[in-house]
Design a protein around this ligand. Structure first.
Ligand SMILES: *Cc1c(COP(=O)(O)O)cnc(C)c1O
Length: 523
């Protein structure tokens, strides 16, 4: 294995050499970045403090350091460069298209950022007394109003901090409602389509339910007959994504809702794909009992690498009493927070709240960005964003099907799903195709999901890509498809050759992750 000056492999052993090694390990202007601890040295340091004089050791030596504390020790310019270079390691929506299906990676308008940085919102401490935070509470309440308006639902829990967290909120409300009915021990099963996002079954299991998978029909939608067969008095609810993870609208959604209600269960809708229908369809009209809204998807707040997202969860009349605390209430123009279950009981509104989900009130920075997006778009703008998202996805579908194989027939909603039939007998697999996209300067699409499609490639362009950008993307993918069919499998297996890293051992990374630096590690 070839090592660079930092003792890191410059190419994977198995990959064919593409002659891209350099003395430094750098590739053109892509700089190899070691950890600050590996390059640091306390002899060089960005700060220069005078020796302390005449300070008494008031703790009798107990506070005296025995060893070095192991700070990295870099000059100021070195520190600056280190962090700026690290910041450039991430591919980002501000650098190019991010076609990850189901994720709705759309442009984050700078207006949102400006609003989120207003000191009155940005500098607010979560423990500020409500009397001194009236504007912020009004903002939360206004956003809640529009979320309820857009979904046609009577209540919303604002505190969940991601889509998956919103699922937890909704399923905890369902569980609380079932326990309140005295059926907690009986209703133990939750139905979820085979194509569902992994967070759906994970959430159901987390809430103590058993997950029962429903097969898809030939058109990529929930098999209604198969679903009805699974209904019974042990079913707590169903979790369905609409539009679903194949990028298709569930035509039988009303029948699904009616059937689950008739069986005494609740309908959880995964709202991650709300971008395709916002302003067009109100989930409340479809019989939904609970649905999270990923503000970082539909309402353009940034996806934060595991960082601050927001997943407000709308609830039907049946589930609203179980909503978590805290929530904002407005009386005579004054906003206050209902913080505890006891206070909720006194309020007479939510006597059966399932309790508290998060420390505070939710992600204020995301609330300001989402409301800024909504207000700058207006009702017609939100609807047009959904229409354009669907139009863009269908444009991509129409162009790519010249060389690639759509998983299902007909139009799609906001994302286009392909399978790997077009790669049959080429020796190229979905993963190779995705790695070759990196060399072309594109972040790969969502691969191998949904599981109901063999070698799935799920592309969501969103409304924020221009036709020029979409054409370039389609041209690149069409050229790759042609190369795969022309017998260039070896080149695909070697890709990526232009990226800072080649193929990584993803299994080892998942099974034996090295998460902590220790001295001498790179040697
Ligand atoms: C993104 C997504 C989720 C989870 O949302 P997070 O905000 O990432 O927790 C759930 N379901 C579907 C279909 C999604 O696309």
């Amino acid at each position: 294995m070839t090592m660079n000056t930092q003792g890191r492999p410059t190419r994977a052993d198995s990959a064919a050499s593409a002659g891209v090694e350099t003395f430094t390990g750098n590739k053109a202007l892509q700089i190899e970045e070691a950890l600050s601890f590996e390059i640091g040295d306390l002899a060089r340091t960005g700060v220069d403090l005078p020796e302390p004089k005449g300070v008494n050791d008031r703790l009798g030596g107990l506070n005296r350091r025995k060893n070095s504390i192991g700070l990295p020790g870099l000059t100021e310019p070195e520190t600056m460069r280190h962090f700026v270079r690290l910041s450039q390691k991430n591919y980002a929506i501000d650098m190019g298209p991010f076609p990850l299906g189901s994720c709705t990676m759309k442009h984050n308008p700078r207006l949102n950022e400006k609003v989120a940085r207003m000191p009155g919102f940005a500098d607010l401490h979560p423990l500020t007394p409500p009397a001194a935070a009236q504007g912020a509470l009004e903002l939360i309440d206004t956003l809640a109003y529009w979320l309820k308006e857009l979904t046609g639902m009577p209540a919303v829990a604002m505190s969940p901090k991601a889509g998956a967290h919103g699922e937890l909120c909704g399923m905890m409300a369902i569980k609380a409602a079932i326990v309140a009915r005295g059926e907690g021990d009986k209703r133990t099963r939750v139905l979820a389509p085979e194509s569902s996002h992994g967070t759906n079954p994970a959430t159901a299991v987390q809430c103590g339910f058993i997950v029962d998978a429903i097969p898809a029909d030939k058109t990529g939608r929930v098999d209604l007959a198969a679903m009805k067969e699974k209904l019974g008095d042990d079913v707590a609810g169903i979790m369905v994504t609409n539009p679903n993870t194949c990028g298709l609208f569930e035509r039988d959604i009303r029948a699904i809702a009616d059937a689950i209600h008739e069986a005494g269960g609740y309908f959880y809708c995964d709202g991650a794909n709300f971008n395709a229908i916002a302003g067009k369809v109100r989930p409340g009209d479809l019989g939904v009992d609970a649905m999270h809204i990923n503000l970082h998807k539909t309402f353009s707040t940034p996806h934060g690498g595991g960082g601050p997202g927001a997943g407000p969860t709308v609830l039907s009349e049946a589930l609203a009493p179980y909503a978590p605390v805290p929530y904002v209430v407005c009386e005579d123009g004054n906003y206050h927070l209902v913080e505890t279950r006891r206070a909720a009981k006194a309020e007479g509104e939510s006597a059966e709240s399932f309790g508290r989900l998060t420390a505070f009130h939710g992600q204020m920075g995301m609330f300001t960005r989402a409301l800024s997006y909504m207000m700058s778009h207006g009702k017609d703008g939100v609807r047009q964003a959904a229409e354009d998202a669907v139009l863009n996805a269908n444009y991509v579908l129409a162009r790519l099907k010249q060389e690639m194989t759509p998983a299902f027939e007909g139009y799609c909603m906001h994302e286009a799903l392909f399978d790997d039939r077009f790669l049959k007998d080429t020796g190229v697999e979905t993963i190779d195709f995705a790695k070759a996209m990196i060399d072309e300067g594109y972040h790969p699409m969502t691969m191998y999901f949904p599981l109901v499609v063999h070698g799935a490639m799920l592309i969501e362009p969103t409304e924020s890509e221009s036709k020029r950008e979409l054409d370039l993307f389609c041209d690149a993918l069409l050229s790759l498809a042609k190369r795969a069919k022309a017998g260039e499998a070896d080149a695909f297996k070697a890709a990526p050759v232009h990226a800072p890293r080649r193929r990584l051992d993803e299994t080892a990374a998942a099974r034996k992750p090295v998460l902590r630096w220790t001295p001498g590690m790179a040697d």
